[in-house]
Ligand binder design. Sequence first.
Ligand SMILES: CC(C)(COP(=O)(O)OP(=O)(O)OC[C@H]1O[C@@H](n2cnc3c(N)ncnc32)[C@H](O)[C@@H]1OP(=O)(O)O)[C@@H](O)C(=O)NCCC(=O)NCCS
Length: 159
Amino acid sequence: MDRADSSLEQRVVPAEHFVRLGLEHLKAVAAIERQSFANPWSAGELGWLVQEESGLCLGLWVEGELVGYCLGQTEGALFHLASLAVATAWRRQGWGSRLLLEILNRARRRGCGGCRLEVRASNLTALKLYHCWGFGEEGRLARFYTRPVEDGLIMYREL
Ligand SMILES: CC(C)(COP(=O)(O)OP(=O)(O)OC[C@H]1O[C@@H](n2cnc3c(N)ncnc32)[C@H](O)[C@@H]1OP(=O)(O)O)[C@@H](O)C(=O)NCCC(=O)NCCS
């Protein structure tokens, strides 16, 4: 369901649906972001991406609750996956995979032939998820992350 359907969404909340994120969702997104990352995105960064034409930003609602979100941007024929997070109470139930596969499908439909992302080298949970869904390691970025400082791994898969 896209934003054009938001009036319907207020009356009938299906068990599970994807919504293209807009400014009105950012408070809920920021709450999950704070649970999930040592160095969360600012409201300004999130706001910029959801309004950007090249942005592809999805939220997954289950029974009226935002369970997780996935943010990215098309860069020509490449899709750059910028963030993926699931609220702590909803993890290990397949929602992260659902979000990832949905955004990859939408990126492919936009004409992207590949997806690239960076992930903290110590984030074994995310690395396992990305490996599960066909991403391979492409390189390493020394001291890419701050707070705490850490290397980033570049992952890529074709779409
Ligand atoms: C990474 C994240 C999005 C995964 O979401 P999720 O809803 O738990 O993922 P899924 O339930 O779809 O898990 C898919 C697979 O990933 C792997 N995985 C997920 N969580 C894991 C964990 N804690 N330990 C080991 N493997 C894990 C498993 O292989 C899992 O499959 P399985 O449950 O059948 O074993 C979630 O843990 C999260 O929000 N983490 C904090 C934010 C983050 O690190 N995002 C990635 C930044 S690049």
